[in-house]
Write a protein that binds this ligand. Structure first.
Ligand SMILES: NC(=O)c1ccc[n+]([C@@H]2O[C@H](COP(=O)([O-])OP(=O)(O)OC[C@H]3O[C@@H](n4cnc5c(N)ncnc54)[C@H](OP(=O)(O)O)[C@@H]3O)[C@@H](O)[C@H]2O)c1
Length: 325
């Protein structure tokens, strides 16, 4: 597997998103999820992405179980500060005291001495970023964390954070149908030497061509709340997937692989972290790193999915205010 750099941290060109290993989309099988993490570690995909927000910490516990006896092979990325109020609304906390407590709790659930990459899951607009990152830097000093990262930060926030302590990676959504980062965030990361962790690179499964109907999703599937999966938008977005399908056939690969190859081709500092809880999808996704897709096909794909063409916001309206903070 090719390597890329998150600041001073060497990572595989494709990581493994672990969010769907605990309930959020389809119902995952725990045994298969653990086998998927272990298969990833045995095949050079050491970068595992989790968060204390996924299944209220249960996702970190599962990753802890999966890496037992293999800790030295794994690069564990986890996050703090993306909370839910008792009413179920999203809230963000970047308060220094909270950062310290959250880190201790994550270390315990993961069963490790040190987190390889610790990220602020969302940026708290009420706490200066210097204070949040200052507390994260103290964790580096204390040997509890190796590298720092942010999610969904605005360019100016990233600059200020990076001036406080080197930021190894910015994690923000990026895929064929979510291309906002191209305007400023992606070039800024390249300028600062910050790695870009592209989350939801498969459009939460949509860009694999396997989701054709909102009704096929389970009642509890979080994607039902996402505007792009609402029936009126999904039917329009399917026209995009048809073009993806056709170009994947031309390229001799699957739509998921072409979607990942396209992300990988957008810059040497970009590392997609496709999420899966199944070995069969992991194998398919890993193979995308070896693909040589003709530039003409990638160009036509870029044009078909030009920025702004997807129908629907990328998050439910109430959550949009926590992006680009
Ligand atoms: N920082 C943030 O705010 C944030 C937000 C969202 C996600 N993330 C991170 O990014 C990771 C990836 O994002 P995501 O999981 O939301 O979306 P994604 O990677 O775009 O898509 C994941 C979905 O696609 C399915 N899938 C994966 N490979 C497939 C293949 N080859 N063929 C068919 N289906 C396939 C998965 O199914 P199965 O799960 O059933 O295998 C899952 O439902 C997450 O796991 C999480 O670590 C971060």
């Amino acid at each position: 597997m090719e390597r890329r750099m998150f600041g001073q941290l060497s990572v595989p060109a494709i990581g493994l998103g672990c969010m769907s290993m605990t309930p959020i989309y389809a119902q995952p099988d725990e045994g298969e999820a653990i086998a998927t993490v272990q298969h990833a570690l045995d095949h050079g995909v050491e970068l595992l992405d989790t968060s204390d927000a996924y299944a209220a910490g249960a996702n970190e516990s599962l990753i802890g179980k999966a890496v037992q006896g293999r800790r030295d092979k794994a690069i564990i990325a986890t996050k703090f500060g993306n909370l839910r109020t008792p009413e179920g609304k999203q809230a963000v906390c970047g308060d220094p005291d909270y950062v310290r407590q959250a880190c201790e709790a994550s270390l315990k659930r993961l069963g490790v001495e040190e987190i390889d990459l610790y990220l602020a899951h969302r940026i708290d607009p009420d706490v200066p970023i210097e204070d949040t990152v200052g507390a994260m830097a103290d964790l580096v000093q204390a040997g509890k964390v190796r590298h720092l990262g942010l999610c969904e930060a605005a360019p100016e926030t990233l600059r200020r954070a990076h001036a406080t302590h080197p930021i190894a990676a910015l994690q923000t959504e990026y895929s064929l149908w979510s291309r906002d980062a191209e305007a400023d965030v992606l070039p800024l990361c390249a300028e600062l030497g910050v790695g870009y962790m592209a989350y939801a690179p498969l459009g939460r499964g949509f860009l694999t061509g396997t989701i054709r109907d909102t009704d096929a999703l389970a009642e509890s599937d979080r994607r039902r709340a996402h505007p792009r999966f609402h029936p009126e938008n999904l039917s329009r977005n399917l026209a995009l997937v048809e073009q993806l399908d056709a170009l994947a056939q031309e390229a001799g690969c699957t739509p998921a692989q072409l979607s990942l190859a396209w992300v990988l081709g957008q810059g040497g500092h970009i590392v997609p972290i496709p999420g899966t809880s199944r070995r069969k999808w992991l194998r398919e996704n890993i193979a995308a790193a070896q693909l040589q897709v003709a530039p003409d096909i990638l160009g036509r794909l870029s044009e078909a999915f030009r920025p702004g063409i997807a129908a629907g916001l990328r998050y439910p309206e109430g959550q949009m205010k926590h992006l680009r903070v």
